[in-house]
Structure formats: structure tokens, C-alpha cells
Design a protein around this ligand. Structure first.
Ligand SMILES: Nc1ncnc2c1ncn2[C@@H]1O[C@H](COP(=O)(O)OP(=O)(O)OP(=O)(O)O)[C@@H](O)[C@H]1O
Ligand SMILES: [Mg+2]
Length: 222
């Protein structure tokens, strides 16, 4: 049985998919059986054109398409609304089972979340699920992707406090679109001081590799 980590972010479009691809690639290049999973994805026509297809291609993993993802909605809205419009709402039992299957045949499974941390996954008369319910069902800790620039101290601290309040573990922060300079360097220091979490890696624009030791990365998975 493999180990997993859940990649969340301070908001949508922060670079979860971009960073996840680098994470999956790093572990694969280090010789591990590196896998990907996403419970629910919206705004794509098919798997190849989705976050899952991007990660598979960029990381160069050979995992079969149908195991990368449990639910795909075409409408580019939160999964709960997409399911209201298109049908096929998320069943948490299926998510748990699909994830278990990916864990069975990989050493390290990187799971990508949807949106930011407060993201409704299913909201109907039968069931109400938020992203945090998915994380808890998978029983894995999180990694937080955030922008390196202005405003990130606020978004990171709020997200970390929310995760802590929900009893979800956070292993550290990865800052995306990193340019350096006084403000961004201070953001690293302030995030570490205020959250007591490490900033694990800095990802510049167009990065092709994650600047982080593969063993350290692997040690975060549970
Ligand atoms: N470091 C980077 N260098 C270049 N492009 C980037 C970088 N990070 C993100 N991007 C681009 O920014 C856009 C948003 O990133 P991405 O799709 O990874 O965000 P996301 O958090 O996965 O979004 P969603 O919430 O829709 O899943 C994409 O077009 C991606 O290629
Ligand atoms: Mg994404």
C-alpha cells in the first residue's frame, strides 16, 4: 500500500496542477512508483484535456487514464454546481475506493484538490460534502500551494488556520510564481513564523523541475 498527500491551495488557479505535475515527476524521476488522483474535476471535455491529463503527460507517468480521476464535469464551476447541472454527483464511497485502488499500485500518490480549501463537492438533498470531507475520507495530510507575491501572508494564514480547525494536517507550503526580491523573501519568513510550517519549495515561472530533495518530499507522504 502506498502513501498519499493532498495538494490544496489558497484559491483556484494558484497552480495546484502545475506544482502537482512537478511533484509527481520529482518522485518518478527518483525511481518511485509515482501516481496521481483527483476526485472531481470540472471545466474539461475529457481526461486528456484535464488537470489529470496534464499531470500524466508532464510527469511522464504511465498510470491508466481512468484511474486518474473519479468525476469529470464539463461545466467550469464548482463540482457541486456542475453536478446539479449535469447530474452524477460525487459519491464519497466511490472516491475512497478509487483512491484505494491507486494507492494499491503506487508508492506515492499525489492527490489534487479542487479550488481552494472551502470548495463544495456535493450539495443536494441526499448529501452535503465539502472538500475537507474528501481529505478526511482519504486520511492523508495536505500540502498548500500559494502565490509567492503580495497578499499571500493573509491567504496562507487563513487557509492553514482553517485546516487546523478542521483537524487536517498540513506538511508545508509551496510558493508558486516565485520571483525573489525583498517582499517575496519576507513573505517566506512571515509565513514560516506565523504558521510554524516550512516553506518547502519555491517555484519560479516556467519551472520544469521542483527544487527540492526527493527524499524530503517523499517523507511528507502518509
Ligand atoms: N510556475 C508556473 N509557471 C508557468 N505557468 C504556471 C505556473 N503556475 C501555474 N501556471 C499556469 O497558471 C494557470 C493556472 O495554474 P493551474 O491550472 O496549475 O492552477 P490550479 O490551482 O490547478 O487551478 P484549478 O483550481 O482550476 O485546478 C495554468 O495555465 C498554469 O499552466
Ligand atoms: Mg488544477
Amino acid at each position: 500500500m502506498g502513501k498519499g498527500i493532498f495538494v490544496t491551495a489558497t484559491g483556484t488557479d494558484m497552480g495546484k496542477t502545475y506544482v502537482t505535475a512537478l511533484v509527481v515527476k520529482k518522485l518518478k524521476d527518483a525511481g518511485y512508483l509515482s501516481g496521481y488522483y483527483k476526485a472531481a474535476l470540472s471545466g474539461a471535455e475529457d481526461i486528456a484535456g484535464s488537470d489529470a491529463g496534464y499531470v500524466k503527460k508532464t510527469a511522464g507517468i504511465s498510470q491508466s487514464d481512468e484511474t486518474l480521476l473519479s468525476y469529470l464535469y464539463k461545466t467550469a464551476v464548482s463540482p457541486h454546481l456542475a453536478a446539479r447541472l449535469e447530474g452524477n454527483p460525487v459519491d464519497i464511497h466511490k472516491v475512497r475506493e478509487d483512491f484505494r485502488r491507486v494507492m494499491e499500485c503506487h508508492d506515492y500518490v499525489t492527490v489534487e484538490g479542487s479550488g481552494g480549501i472551502v470548495c463544495p463537492i456535493r450539495w443536494d438533498d441526499k448529501e452535503k460534502l465539502l472538500l475537507e470531507d474528501v481529505i478526511k475520507a482519504l486520511k492523508i495530510p495536505t500540502l498548500l500551494v500559494a502565490d509567492a507575491g503580495l497578499g499571500t501572508i493573509n491567504s496562507v494564514v487563513l487557509t492553514v488556520e482553517y485546516l487546523k480547525k478542521k483537524g487536517i494536517g498540513v506538511k508545508g507550503v509551496i510558493l508558486n510564481h516565485y520571483k525573489g526580491g525583498t517582499m517575496q523573501e519576507d513573505n517566506i519568513r512571515m509565513i514560516e513564523e506565523l504558521t510554524k510550517l516550512p516553506v518547502l519549495a519555491l517555484v519560479p515561472e516556467g519551472a520544469m523541475e521542483l527544487e527540492m530533495d526527493a527524499e524530503t518530499l517523499a517523507s511528507l507522504y502518509e
